[in-house]
Design a protein around this ligand. Structure first.
Ligand SMILES: C[S@@+](CC[C@H](N)C(=O)[O-])C[C@H]1O[C@@H](n2cnc3c(N)ncnc32)[C@H](O)[C@@H]1O
Length: 518
């Protein structure tokens, strides 16, 4: 009786005693099966991969080893298996590289057309409705996506000694598995058998899925690193920033993110920066009606989709034409969105913005520090002269970051050299992109008030003061009073008020009714 109950752990670990032991054993015993099966499928670069019945989690870690930039998901019906898999892949889970949830293959909690690959190792025996399991896998696969179902045996007679002992276990013949795949509309069904009786069925969902090529004007390093950071963050157990859009872009873009696979501490910084800028923007929107948001050089930034549409009047993206084309390929165009296809430093775009006295806020994330300081000063002064009042939210890297070695090189990216070049196979230029240089920063943000009489600092926030646990010891060191000025990476909100440009004497003249020309 005890033995029979214990055997239940193979079908659903944890129901009876000894579940953890069984999971540990399976982690070891199923390695040869993985080695056999994994020759019949590929793990796509930054693809989305689901492992059904992930058990003790070793299988997930082997999938990860085969492709570092893949976004791996695991699902298991047993709570104990989910816990064991999370513990086994703790580091990857904490970085957002692996996400493991509890659920039944017959009711997968994922949207349609989401995965490039679904694997199922030694688990099909226990599914309550094997046909339904195949159908669900078909649903969640992208068109052209691959399923790989593998087992140590497909011989029900030889396995009777096991099926008699393990409640609910059923060993399927290769014909039975093939028929399930056919009935679920899978194509290219292949049955691979090993000499010692292992089976690996692979099949493909109808259709094909073409990832969008990454064409970019300018330096793609920061755009890609920030996108990858938002993607991993969205998969954290407790994310700083929830951004499903970033996840969608990464799974649809043709770029190998393995260079970034583990951004380490930078991931925290990138996520906190997004969070703090969102927060400042939301505060501004709460206090003001009919706001126009001007987003400078958004690249593949997903902020537009994080800010509720009913909280602002208009959203203007300003970027070079090629980058706006790239955005169009990924994001649905919100009704309130307007785009201006110009370079930021071609200040003529300022003339395209209405002078009307409605509240305006500019977002310049990860931008100013890469532009000559004199250009930024000229830019702010121009804004102050044109608008009665405008807020600017931007970030200032630390003096420490400025000193860092920026000579690292990215894997080849498709970068356009000519601003007016349209994406086409012929003019693709594959080159490595250097990490851009930080040209300037300020240790005291109030120095901006010296640049132009119209500028006032509204708020400044140091990234290290948020999500302290995630920063770990690096954050502790950066917060020490002796290091603060040198190590702080700040997010700053400034307000430009035109009336401050007029000095006291002129103001009196104005009050008396005579207009001055400023
Ligand atoms: C024998 S273990 C295999 C674990 C792992 N795949 C491996 O190869 O080591 C079977 C796993 O399938 C899970 N399982 C059984 N029925 C399931 C279902 N309907 N949906 C999802 N997982 C299921 C069990 O909980 C168990 O963890």
């Amino acid at each position: 009786m005890f033995f029979k109950q214990w055997m239940h752990n193979f079908a659903n670990p944890g129901i009876k005693w000894g579940g953890s032991y069984v999971l540990r054993r399976m982690n070891q015993e199923h390695i040869p099966l993985f080695n056999f099966a994994s020759q019949f499928f590929e793990i796509p670069v930054n693809g989305t991969v689901l492992d059904v019945g992930c058990g003790g989690g070793h299988h997930l870690s082997m999938l990860r080893k085969k492709c570092h930039s893949a976004l791996i998901y695991g699902i298991d019906i047993s709570e104990l298996s989910v816990k064991a898999s999370i513990a086994y892949n703790k580091e990857a889970v904490n970085m957002g590289l692996a996400k493991i949830v509890q659920g039944d293959v017959c009711e997968l909690p994922f949207s349609d057309n989401w995965f490039d690959l679904v694997t199922a190792s030694e688990t099909v025996y226990f599914w309550p409705d094997v046909q339904k399991g195949f159908e669900e896998i078909y649903r969640v696969l992208k068109p052209g996506g691959i399923v790989a179902i593998y087992c140590d045996s497909c011989d029900p007679v030889a396995e009777k000694r096991h099926t008699d002992l393990i409640p609910g276990m059923h060993v399927y013949t290769s014909e039975e598995l093939q028929s399930c795949a056919q009935q679920s509309k899978f194509l290219n069904i292949k049955i691979n058998l090993s000499e010692d009786g292992k089976i690996c069925l692979t099949a493909q969902k109808e259709g094909s899925f073409r990832k969008i090529p990454f064409f970019y004007m300018g330096n793609p390093y920061n755009t890609l690193a920030a996108l990858w950071a938002r993607t991993l963050e969205a998969r954290q157990p407790v994310p700083i920033l929830e951004d499903q859009n970033a996840l969608d872009v990464v799974s649809n873009i043709n770029y190998d993110f393995s260079y970034f696979a583990d951004l380490g501490i930078d991931q925290v910084g990138l996520a906190v920066r997004d969070y703090l800028i969102d927060r400042m923007l939301k505060n501004f929107l709460e206090k003001n009606q009919d706001v126009t948001i001007i987003n400078l050089a958004p690249g593949l930034d997903t902020r537009l989709h994080r800010i509720p549409e009913n909280t602002y009047k208009k959203w203007i993206d300003i970027d070079v034409p090629l980058n706006l084309d790239l955005r169009r390929a990924f994001f649905s165009q919100a009704d309130k969105l307007e785009v201006i296809a110009k370079s930021i430093t071609d200040f003529s775009w300022i003339d395209n913005i209405s002078k009307a006295n409605e509240p305006k806020v500019i977002i310049a994330q990860d931008l100013f520090a890469y532009i000559e300081l004199d250009t930024i000063k000229t830019f702010l002064t121009k804004l102050a002269h044109k608008f009665a009042s405008i807020d600017v939210i931007f970030d200032l890297p630390s003096a420490e970051e400025m000193k860092e070695n920026h000579s690292m090189t990215l894997p080849p990216a498709v970068v356009k050299k000519k601003p007016n070049a349209r994406p086409s196979k012929k003019i693709e230029i594959t080159e490595s992109a250097q990490r851009p240089r930080i040209l300037w920063t300020l240790q005291n943000v109030f120095e901006v008030q010296k640049w132009c009489k119209a500028i006032r600092v509204v708020e400044e926030r140091n990234l290290f003061d948020y999500d302290k646990k995630r920063w770990g010891w690096r954050g502790f060191i950066a917060r020490l009073p002796s290091n603060r000025a040198r190590m702080s990476h700040n997010v700053v909100q400034i307000r430009l008020k035109r009336e401050l440009l007029i000095d006291e004497k002129d103001r009196k003249v104005r009050k008396s009714g005579i207009e001055t020309d400023i």
